[in-house]
Design a protein around this ligand. Structure first.
Ligand SMILES: *Cc1c(COP(=O)(O)O)cnc(C)c1O
Length: 353
């Protein structure tokens, strides 16, 4: 086992990093020079390696393609002013990935494959971590089934990989969202808490309908009565109502976001009133009408904090005043400052490579 987990590194002779324009980075247009891979075969992890980024060759009978036995994570690396590179809370992503793996009948990923693999990959591709304000290197770990068998059953073989891509801002403008009361993202007993492929595939159609009507994203509500607020798109959602930070409790229909967790920890640390409780659409609309709702924002790795400008419900657009964005702006600044080493990292969130 020890021997088989030796990391072998094959470097590209043709780095593409010189073509990267650090001042003009959009979201995930180019992938870094290398990728990390490890295979789970015959009940063991093996073939732990870094290779030049490139296409894969897989069987047409691959069960991940047919049945979606596939999971992923998303995290970011930042370059500090002194040139050091840190990743934000990677151990939390590692733990969550194994939660997803268990739900999807996939093998536990050893910490050394995820953490040591990530560290070595970032050392090799450190030039791909951009240092311009608002940019970072997005890291995408994922694992998928690799059996050559189209019967429906859990695969026996899997591949774990990490690829990385420089990113700028995910949303460049405050977002317009619509409360979804027909389609459902996640149900009790389902897979909503796991970062697994099918959740995202199923969300594309309702999101597209909202986009056709001029909205950026949806606010998902509970699958039973469409009455409780759950998430927004692929972000957790938070509100400032009166003087409290309000967000839905996590459970099997809500993904346990690391950004969500970080925002709650900082808010509590600041002495802010935090309410993790169910929030109904009725209360949301009431607070929009009476003006007690001061801010609404999505929280997630890709966007960090995405201020919401418009919330639509039942055909009515409610506009949130830009001047109200006090908490979310302060939080975005603090998170950014911690990640870049400008503010004290009192929770030990930065992992240096
Ligand atoms: C990834 C994700 C989030 C945000 O999680 P972070 O750990 O903060 O990036 C929220 N909701 C869904 C559905 C997600 O897939």
């Amino acid at each position: 086992m020890q021997d088989t987990l030796q990391l072998s590194i094959s470097k590209t002779p043709n780095s593409r990093v010189e073509n990267l324009d650090y001042h003009n980075i959009q979201f995930a247009r180019e992938y870094s020079d290398h990728m990390l891979l490890a295979d789970f075969k015959g009940g063991e992890w093996q073939n732990f390696r870094i290779e030049p980024y490139g296409n894969l060759s897989i069987s047409p009978a691959n069960p991940a393609i047919h049945y979606g036995q596939s999971i992923f994570e998303g995290l970011k690396a930042y370059k500090h002013e002194d040139g050091k590179i840190s990743v934000f809370r990677p151990k939390a992503n590692y733990d969550r990935m194994n939660v997803s793996a268990e739900r999807m009948v996939m093998p536990h990923i050893p910490e050394e494959i995820f953490m040591d693999g990530l560290t070595e990959l970032l050392k090799l591709d450190h030039k791909w971590v951009p240092d311009v304000e608002g940019t970072s290197l997005y890291i995408r770990p994922f694992m998928f089934a690799t059996d050559e068998f189209i019967g429906v059953r859990p695969s026996q073989d899997f591949t774990f990989m990490i690829i990385t891509t420089p990113v700028g801002a995910y949303y460049t403008n405050p977002v317009k969202v619509r409360v979804e009361t027909h389609y459902t993202r996640a149900v009790k007993g389902g897979t909503g808490f796991a970062k697994t492929a099918g959740n995202y595939a199923a969300s594309l159609y309702p999101a597209k309908l909202a986009q056709n009507d001029g909205y950026d994203q949806l606010i998902w509500t509970d699958g039973q009565n469409h009455e409780l607020i759950e998430e927004s798109g692929t972000m957790n959602i938070m509100f400032i109502i009166n003087d409290a930070l309000v967000t839905a409790p996590t459970g099997d229909t809500i993904l346990d976001g690391i950004t969500r967790n970080s925002v709650l920890a900082l808010a509590k640390d600041w002495g802010y009133k935090v309410e993790e409780r169910p929030l109904s659409v009725t209360e949301l609309v009431e607070s929009l009408k009476t003006g007690t709702l001061k801010e609404a924002f999505g929280v997630g790795t890709a966007a960090t904090i995405a201020p919401i400008a418009v919330i639509a419900n039942d055909g009515i657009d409610y506009t949130l005043d830009e001047s109200g964005r006090v908490f979310s702006q302060k939080m975005l600044k603090e998170l950014t400052d911690i990640r870049l080493g400008r503010s004290e990292d009192k929770f030990g969130w930065n992992y240096f490579v």
